[in-house]
Write a protein that binds this ligand. Structure first.
Ligand SMILES: [Fe+2]
Length: 243
């Protein structure tokens, strides 16, 4: 894995990704969005220029510029879950690329409330599309190969991880040395811990994990960390924790 250093400050939009990783045929471009530095991802399959967008929390222009800069076009827009900090650029990107987006049915209520939460937590106006495409039975086709959807309820009912084979997008289920919050409406600490254990059991050790906040790490590193955790693993606390 190669990682480029941060290329830009947060107040200079439109200049490139905050992180970039080349893994096999895929290039992962990450943009930290919003007050809580949510990771919006563009994944480009370099041989075909086919792309995925995962959790577009904000900065629609910058994400579009990155996609254009790779001479790519997104085939799929995916959500790991429907918390407000992961959906801010969703409506804009769905319109620009004339397509819908996929998420798990378990987060339908959260999606409907995303605008309300964005306003109360962040004083930010967020509009989300009125409809979504269900991951239930969906055929997630893109040029980069199979996308395995792994349900990981706990942080939210409808949380999922996307395993692209060698790289996995884990949303707020699992971040580097942190799990997602479990004190929110609909969260379950017991379910989240079971989901993390199941997720780490089924992925290969060399898989790179890209979380909803913070830096990537590997399954190998995550397993070692998880084995050290007791009943109360540290949770992402929204502010002051992530870099
Ligand atoms: Fe979340």
């Amino acid at each position: 894995m190669t990682e480029a250093p941060d290329r830009r400050s947060e107040d200079a939009p439109g200049r490139g990704p905050d992180r970039q990783h080349d893994l096999g045929d895929c290039r992962v471009l990450a943009v930290k969005t919003g007050r809580w530095k949510e990771n919006a991802y563009v994944v480009v399959h370099r041989p075909s220029r086919d792309a995925l967008v995962i959790d577009p929390g904000g900065e629609a222009d910058r994400l579009s510029d990155l996609i254009a800069g790779e001479d790519a076009h997104p085939s799929l827009i995916l959500l790991t879950h429907a918390h407000f900090d992961h959906v801010g650029a969703l409506d804009d990107l769905c319109r620009r690329y004339d397509q819908g987006f996929y998420m798990h049915d378990g987060d339908a209520k959260l999606l409907r409330r995303a605008g309300l939460y964005a306003m109360s937590f962040e004083r930010r106006a967020v509009t989300v599309p009125a409809t979504y495409q269900s991951l239930d039975g969906a055929d997630l086709a893109w040029a980069g190969g199979e996308i395995a959807v792994i349900p990981t309820p706990g942080h939210t009912d409808g949380s999922v991880c996307y395993d692209l084979g060698g790289l996995c997008f884990t949303g707020d289920t699992l971040m580097k040395r942190l799990i997602g919050r479990t004190d929110l409406p609909g969260s379950s600490g017991g379910d989240l811990k079971a989901s993390v254990t199941r997720l780490l059991d089924q992925l290969t050790p060399e898989t790179t994990l890209f979380g909803g906040h913070g830096a990537p790490w590997t399954v190998d590193e995550a397993r070692a960390w998880w084995a050290e955790q007791g009943d109360s693993p540290p949770e992402y606390a929204m502010e002051g924790v992530m870099r």
